[in-house]
Write a protein that binds this ligand. Structure first.
Ligand code: ADP
Length: 616
């Protein structure tokens, strides 16, 4: 609420002028019944055509003035509401942008989109209607009563009764329907959420022939919404007949008592008409007021939900060191007793572990689905903060570093390749804003995406559709890898990013990365043993625990989990080769050493012989 008032204050002038102009419009409206009364009493009563023309002209003038005030008021109200909506939307967007993955997981993307769109629209609409009606409606109700009192103070009694009865009926209906409208709003949220999920997953839904069950699901949701709306609609529909009934009873009372007064000569016919007109004005305004209250209750509920998002503090501050002293022989990354628990999860997703990575090393990360591979690499890029323990980047705790700084050192290729609408060049420049075409082509070469780009007539100007809709899964993956490589990161993280590539392209990609990225530390997350078998170290994850760390051969010997994964993917021969490759290497080294020793001995024997000869 405080925030909303802040926005309104920013545009104080239009915010104040809107209700003021509405009040001016209402004041002119209050004179109309008096003019009509005098037209009846004087113009018609005395057959004074000239007077009727004059008063008719006055009515038109009042109408024009009222209309221009009304238009001006609505313009100011709309401006203030649109300003408020715009400012709130931009501030909310900026606030959401500071959220770490933790908060995004907690709230959910659909909810965030709903807050940004539907909820802020409700608030905007609420502000608009409030500025237009919050002064006008009570002003007309009490103004009409006052005017009626000036016409005939006895008639005021029927007005008091009628207004009280109207207020009770309107209040009662609102009291019953307001909580129902809140439920309807919640249901609308549900329908929007399921629509969004459906549209996003439309390909999968079609591929699995789930259209019918999804349709059924949607129908169920909208049926619930329909029945809730009908239920609340039926109760709200009572508003009109009940209020009209009360007003008509009030009019009957006026006619009944007024009629006698007219006969006695205390009141004129015109005055009776004026009283009836005031009664009708009150009715119209009370109905408007009831609608305003319904709109306001929705707007307040939405404002509350928007405020809840504003109240959610980003757990990761965008502050910290942006410069560190490079120490020699310090590992580029060190995990010290590092562990992680997702928000709301009961157990650790990553159990405490220690591990150090030297610059230029390639680290393979393998494990079953859900074993924690993606979570592990997300921690490196500080997409989440570790729950306990530390991750050191060149000896400095990542929590002391500005997230932007550490992310700038990392080229992160997430599991789900996502590209943005725009040219291929623009997408590549996400990695490095000032990247030249040459740098982009280099990255495309390494990522094995050059050939496919060359096939496109437009080259780097090729237009990518929203979310890369006009590209295949493998093409998207290669482009996202190229995008990460453009910035020549110190650490490259490929989170199962080559899963859609065939084995040969995957192998070429790894070879190209190895050959072209000197000193780059690479994390290769994969389910394929063939992808990570040549890594300097392989981390084997099993249900969030490190089941083993070592080379392919070491793990084949002493890590049961790795052995099982390898056995399910490699042939017997490949397994044997893997076990023996190191042995063969050791044998080779041994025989090389023996040969060297023999050579050395031969040389020293020769030298001794020469020495003996020279002595002789
Ligand atoms: P992997 O990459 O090995 O398939 P993940 O790191 O994606 O595994 O997931 C590890 C575990 O963490 C899984 O049990 C998964 O359900 C859970 N998990 C993943 N992401 C989230 C999240 N955003 N919120 C809560 N739990 C999550």
């Amino acid at each position: 609420m405080k925030r909303l008032l802040g926005y309104l204050k920013e545009h104080l002038c239009v915010t104040i002028l809107a209700p003021l102009f509405k009040m001016l419009e209402a004041s002119f409206e209050l004179f109309v019944p008096l003019v009509v009364a005098s037209m009846i009493d004087v113009g018609i009563g005395h057959h004074d055509i000239g007077y009727l023309w004059k008063m008719g002209g006055l009515l038109i003038l009042l109408g024009i003035i009222g209309f221009s005030f009304s238009i001006t008021a609505q313009y100011f109200a709309a401006r203030s509401a649109v300003y408020t909506g715009k400012s709130m939307r931009s501030d909310l967007f900026a606030h959401m942008n500071q959220f770490s993955y933790q908060e995004i997981d907690q709230v959910g993307t659909s909810t965030l989109i709903n807050r940004m769109s539907n909820d802020i629209n409700q608030v905007q609409n609420g502000v608009n209607m409030f500025l237009r009606l919050f002064l006008r409606s009570p002003f007309v109700v009490f103004g009409a009563m006052f005017m009626a009192f000036t016409v005939d103070h006895k008639a005021a009694v029927s007005f008091v009764f009628t207004i009280t009865a109207l207020a009770v009926v309107v209040g009662l209906i609102l009291w019953i329907t307001m909580p129902m409208y809140k439920k309807v709003q919640k249901q609308v949220d549900g329908v929007l959420k399921s629509t969004r999920e459906n549209l996003l997953g439309i390909r999968v839904i079609r591929a699995f022939n789930r259209q019918r069950s999804e349709e059924e699901n949607f129908r169920l949701q909208s049926r619930q919404l329909y029945s809730k709306q009908i239920h609340v609609g039926k109760i709200s529909a009572l508003l009109n007949p009940l209020t009209y009934m009360i007003i008509n009873l009030g009019i009957i009372a006026i006619l009944w008592s007024g009629g006698k007064q007219v006969d006695l000569g205390y009141l004129t016919q015109g005055q009776i008409i004026a009283l009836i007109n005031y009664m009708s004005q009150i009715l119209v305004e009370l109905v408007k007021l009831a609608n305003l209250l319904i709109i306001l209750s929705r707007a307040f509920a939405s404002l509350d939900r928007v405020d809840q998002i504003f109240a959610l503090e980003p757990s990761m501050k965008e502050t910290g060191k942006t410069d560190i002293e490079a120490k020699k022989d310090t590992p580029i990354l060190e995990f010290k007793d590092t562990s992680f628990v997702y928000h709301g999860a009961r157990k650790e997703t990553i159990h405490p572990f220690d591990f150090a990575v030297k610059e230029g090393e390639t680290i393979g990360v393998i494990g079953g689905t859900g074993s924690g591979k993606s979570t592990f690499v997300s921690l490196i890029a500080r997409l989440y903060d570790v729950t306990s323990g530390r991750i050191l980047y060149r000896g400095v705790d990542e929590k002391e570093l500005k997230p932007e700084f550490i992310r700038g050192k990392i080229g992160f290729v997430p599991q789900k390749a996502s590209l943005f609408e725009g040219s291929l060049r623009d997408n590549m420049k996400w990695g490095k804003e000032d990247a030249t075409d040459e740098e982009i082509y280099q990255a495309l070469d390494i990522a094995q995406a050059r050939e496919f780009v060359d096939q496109k007539e437009q080259g780097l100007d090729f237009r990518i559709e929203q979310n890369g809709g006009n590209l295949s899964g493998g093409q998207k993956q290669r482009l996202t890898i190229a995008r990460a490589l453009v910035r020549k990161p110190e650490i490259l993280i490929l989170d199962d990013s080559a899963s859609a590539l065939d084995f040969a392209t995957d192998a070429r990609l790894r070879k190209a990365i190895k050959e072209n990225t000197e000193n780059m530390t690479v994390f290769l997350v994969s389910q394929r043993v063939s992808t990570i078998r040549n890594a300097d170290h392989i981390l084997v994850l099993d249900d969030g625990k490190i089941a083993g760390i070592g080379t392919h051969k070491e793990l084949l010997r002493n890590c049961e989990v790795y052995k099982q994964i390898a056995a399910s993917q490699l042939s017997e021969k490949e397994l044997q080769d893997g076990m023996q490759s190191e042995d063969r290497k050791t044998e080779d080294i041994k025989s090389e050493t023996i040969k060297t020793e023999e050579r050395k001995e031969a040389i020293s024997a020769k030298t001794a012989e020469q020495e003996v000869r020279s002595d002789v």
